[in-house]
Design a protein around this ligand. Structure first.
Ligand code: ATP
Ligand code: ZN
Length: 298
């Protein structure tokens, strides 16, 4: 890299776009991006964004044209298995699982077909946009099933007579239902992930990448985290930490005029439900405050 800037490939326009840009902004990256431009220039850090089709992201990182990418695990794995199949080395690794882009890669069978399990498809054909992931799964099960590749609208394949079943991404199941398909086995639980090129970076660039990954991790933790303050009997601290999932040692602060009651402050890394607050109250806690955490660096 002659210009020493680090390129991050993200989806130009689709389900991952807004989440990806907002994640990077939460990490402190300010970038300028004119509409319809391929590149967004980082103004305060040496990162530039490349806005591309999600399917191109693994290739860009594989070829080190971009050093990082945010893409669905489904797309990252399809490319990875494709490379394995072609006996080529995969030159990127999955660095971080993100909390958006959740979907399943699952089989689906026509409602009136009588099929409900992949084993019943021996000798038949499955339509999918993920031929490598699906054939790996089928090979592992030692089944003999043909695969026909569809680049979009996979769900119409059975009614066109192109396949007996499909394997496609599902999030709500509504699309399957609209095409009279029943959801079957899940073969991949997918979310967006950060991928990084295995090509080594200069020391400075590697420091920036590590810093960004650490900030991403911080942003993910903060989304669920809460700072909780309460007054509680001194001897109930142990029960309190047991009730609050994902907490580290609480801070205990003495209160003026009493030795039995203390103030307890704790960071809790998981969602707090009303039930938990009620349980805290039932063991003697009072003045319970739950406040959002703005930033966190562990
Ligand atoms: P592009 O124009 O970039 O090729 P696309 O149509 O392939 O866009 P999108 O539909 O925007 O892609 O989906 C991008 C990613 O979002 C998917 O690869 C997947 O990881 C994730 N995703 C989450 N939910 C769904 C869903 N219900 N259907 C499809 N993808 C989903
Ligand atoms: Zn795509």
């Amino acid at each position: 890299m002659s210009d020493k800037r680090i390129k991050i490939a993200i989806q130009k326009s689709g389900r991952l776009t807004e989440h990806s840009t907002s994640l990077l902004q939460k990490c402190g990256l300010i970038f300028s991006h004119a509409k319809d431009q391929l590149i967004g220039y980082g103004e305060n850090m040496p990162f530039d964004l490349m806005f591309v089709r999600d399917d191109d992201i693994p290739d860009l990182v594989q070829d080190n044209l971009c050093q990082l990418g945010i893409v669905g695990l489904n797309v990252a794995m399809e490319k990875q298995i494709g490379l394995e199949d072609a006996k080529k080395a995969c030159a990127y690794s999955i660095e971080q699982t993100l909390d958006f882009g959740q979907c399943l890669l699952a089989f689906a069978y026509p409602e009136d077909s009588g099929y409900s399990a992949i084993e019943q498809l021996e000798g038949k054909t499955i339509a999918t946009s993920y031929p490598f992931i699906v054939s790996k799964y089928i090979d592992e099960k030692k089944l003999n099933i043909k695969i026909t590749e569809f680049s979009g609208a996979v769900e119409v394949a059975p009614s066109l007579g192109k396949a007996e079943a499909i394997c496609d991404l599902v999030s709500s199941g509504a699309t399957l239902k609209a095409h009279n398909l029943t959801q079957g086995e899940t073969i991949l639980d997918s979310t967006a992930v950060v991928i990084q090129s295995n090509n080594s970076l200069g020391d400075k660039e590697q420091l920036w990448v590590s810093k960004l990954l650490e900030r991403i991790n911080g942003v993910l933790q903060v989304r669920e985290s809460k700072y909780i303050m309460m007054h509680a009997p001194k001897d109930s601290i142990h029960t309190i930490t047991e009730l609050l999932p994902g907490t580290e040692s609480p801070t205990i602060i003495p209160l003026e005029g009493t030795s039995e009651i203390v103030a307890v402050h704790v960071v809790c890394k998981e969602t707090i439900f009303w039930e938990t607050l009620e349980d805290l109250k039932s063991i003697g806690a009072s003045s319970i405050l739950v406040v959002p955490v703005e930033k966190m660096l562990m």
